[in-house]
Design a protein around this ligand. Structure first.
Ligand code: SAH
Ligand code: SF4
Length: 354
């Protein structure tokens, strides 16, 4: 959609747009309060505005189209994946995860992904299009409604759904600025995590934004040959350049960088692989998340066995690197994710998000 929709607009931009249409400043505040505090999902739900004004605004600044059309839930109902249909019929998925101490939304930044990692379902289908800021904000607001429905508040947003956030940098940053604005959702900068396959210019650009958001980097291997086979982007930005950019990020922002490692049986989960990673990360302010790989269609790989994951973790721990073993909640839902998209005629499914 070339024209901005409601959720594409920062509070300032909305104020200006309404002023141009001849409305007083308090109208923008009413819209912001309805959308970001009362979580109205359409103009019809903004009952603080007169009906005629709602109709007028809907015609001039359409509400962003991001309609939930299906969902899948983990058996404990704490992880829920939603399929959304966008204005042009494309579909994307987001996940909400309820933990005792936080409620997280995992959002998509693109329809499909151009990076083409062979272990990831999004990579298999290729890139279709970038999401607008509003389409990202809409996913987060949907998650905020889900939180509110169970008496919780949304606390975190992770850009780990479909797509490479740094390939859609401007829209992703705009979505963060909107969600971070106290006049909108008011989520603290530290509540956001951007995950990248290793886009070095993107990491450097983010470091210069003076925004305290968290950076997660998908590492998967500590040697260039293996990493290039898993993440084709590594050919353009090999490990030395990537880790240098991560060091700069940690230095400038004083934030720990998180490294994600999906462990695939017999591919990247050996002791030597763990040692290579430990050596690469020596001296870097970081944390490692280990995730047993989640099978995707057309790949005959298997996820690593629990004992192999533990042995890998031990090598990192002995090297003084803190690690977290991701639980399997996202994994259960991942099965549902493929089902969701194929049920609706789309190819592939989003990355694991547990
Ligand atoms: N494109 C970005 C963010 C989306 S992918 C990136 O690659 O970082 C989010 C995370 O899910 C990444 O760490 C990615 O490597 C991981 N991932 C993708 N497919 C997976 C799978 N099948 N099993 C486990 N992790 C997977
Ligand atoms: Fe794209 Fe990330 Fe999937 Fe790689 S892992 S194909 S970068 S979404």
């Amino acid at each position: 959609m070339s024209e901005p929709t409601l959720l594409d607009l920062t509070p300032d931009a909305l104020g200006q747009a309404l002023e141009t249409l001849g409305h007083p400043a308090y109208r923008a505040q009413q819209v912001e309060a309805a959308v970001f505090h009362n979580l109205a999902a359409s103009y019809d739900e903004i009952t603080t505005l007169p009906v005629a004004l709602r109709r007028n605004l809907a015609a001039r600044i359409p509400f962003t189209v991001c309609d939930p059309v299906d969902f899948a839930e983990s058996p404990d109902r704490e992880t829920r994946k939603t399929l959304f249909r966008l204005f042009d019929g494309e579909t994307i998925e987001s996940v909400t995860m309820a933990y005792p101490d936080r409620f997280t939304a995992c959002v998509s930044s693109q329809v499909g992904c151009a990076v083409g990692c062979p272990f990831c379902a999004s990579g298999q289908g290729g890139w279709v299009r970038d999401l607008s800021p509003g389409e990202i904000v809409a996913q987060v607001l949907h998650a905020a409604r889900a939180a509110s429905a169970v008496g919780r508040r949304l606390t975190n947003v992770v850009y780990m759904g479909m797509g490479e956030p740094f390939s859609n940098y401007d829209a992703v940053l705009s979505s963060i600025r909107i969600l971070n604005d106290p006049r909108a959702l008011g989520l603290g900068a530290r509540s956001f995590t951007l995950s990248t396959a290793g886009d070095v210019p993107g990491i450097r650009r983010l470091a210069s934004e003076s925004l305290q958001v968290n950076l997660a980097v998908s590492l998967h291997a500590g040697n260039d040959e293996l990493r290039s086979s898993l993440i084709p982007l590594n050919r353009r930005y090999p490990l030395n350049a990537l880790l240098e950019a991560c060091r700069t990020y940690a230095k400038i922002t004083h934030r720990r960088v998180t490294f994600e490692i999906a462990l695939i049986d017999g591919v990247n989960d050996g002791r030597t692989h763990a040692v290579e990673v430990a050596e690469r990360l020596r001296g870097l302010l970081c944390h490692v998340n280990l995730i047993p790989w989640n099978p995707v269609p057309h790949r005959r790989w298997r996820r690593s066995a629990a004992a192999t994951v533990e042995a890998y973790q031990e090598v990192l721990t002995e090297a003084g690197i803190t690690t977290t073993l991701r639980d399997s909640r996202g994994v259960e839902i991942q099965a549902g994710c493929g089902q969701l998209r194929s049920r609706h005629g789309a190819g592939g499914s989003g990355p694991v998000t547990g």
